[in-house]
Design a protein around this ligand. Sequence first.
Ligand SMILES: NC(=O)c1ccc[n+]([C@@H]2O[C@H](COP(=O)([O-])OP(=O)(O)OC[C@H]3O[C@@H](n4cnc5c(N)ncnc54)[C@H](O)[C@@H]3O)[C@@H](O)[C@H]2O)c1
Length: 262
Amino acid sequence: MTRTILITGGGGGIGRATALEAARRGWAVGIIDRDGESAERAATEARRAGARRAWSAASDVTDEQELIDAFGAASTALGPVDGVTASAGIEINAPLPQMPLDTWRRVLEVNLTGTFLTVRTAAQTLRDAGRPGSIVCVSSPSAFVGFAGGSNSAYGASKGGVSAFVRAAAIDLAPHGIRVNAVVPGATDTPLLYFGLAGDELEAERARLKDAAARQIPLGRMADPIEIARAATWLLSDDASYVTGSHLVCDGGLMAKSANDF
Ligand SMILES: NC(=O)c1ccc[n+]([C@@H]2O[C@H](COP(=O)([O-])OP(=O)(O)OC[C@H]3O[C@@H](n4cnc5c(N)ncnc54)[C@H](O)[C@@H]3O)[C@@H](O)[C@H]2O)c1
């Protein structure tokens, strides 16, 4: 069944891959990103990949009014929306004693408040149109376990919040026929992992992460964003019609494995 979906953070990484996977299914896609150029690039790629329609807008998920305006414009451009993926997110790490309050607030603002505003706007859009729908949020293993490398308190707290919010939102929205779930990507090869790095530094970090993944992740590698996108697209589809309030873990076995070998 064809769908019309909106994706925040759709200009990059997992969001862009979700737009392309939806496009391959012939769905209509609306791409929202604070970086308008990357959003439009992803929309162009989606058109080429077979999207029934593709539309983009520059909008920040932490800005309530920008998001409301973007959802309104998307409905006008694409027709009634029936799915939303909240993929906009950032990761800024620092050891706890040195964690600046500004960093803590910014990570919580984008990852948690941005997810809340996206899901609330999506719910209002669906309810006003009298339509059922599916909303997919993006959590992280850091919502459930501490990362061995540390420095992850703000990001982990934001994703723990997202996971609790997904369960609560699923209960609130079930009477409206709106499902709310999360994908839980493990280490996924996207620009998020190389924030602030370029050139040789970026390549060195990619090599370090590939090596760490080979040793620590049961499947022996990082995820390609398309592997997370397929899970998100399944949750958006009617194939997941009885799934709500749940987490679909796509982490190559990371959380299934304990470091304890005695
Ligand atoms: N890459 C991973 O290993 C990984 C693992 C677990 C969870 N995640 C989560 O997946 C989601 C997507 O991450 P990604 O890896 O694709 O990152 P990414 O950096 O490749 O893409 C994120 C996109 O979000 C956009 N964005 C950031 N802040 C925004 C804002 N305030 N408003 C609108 N758009 C904004 C960026 O411009 C970018 O296009 C995030 O929530 C991230 O926390 C990623």
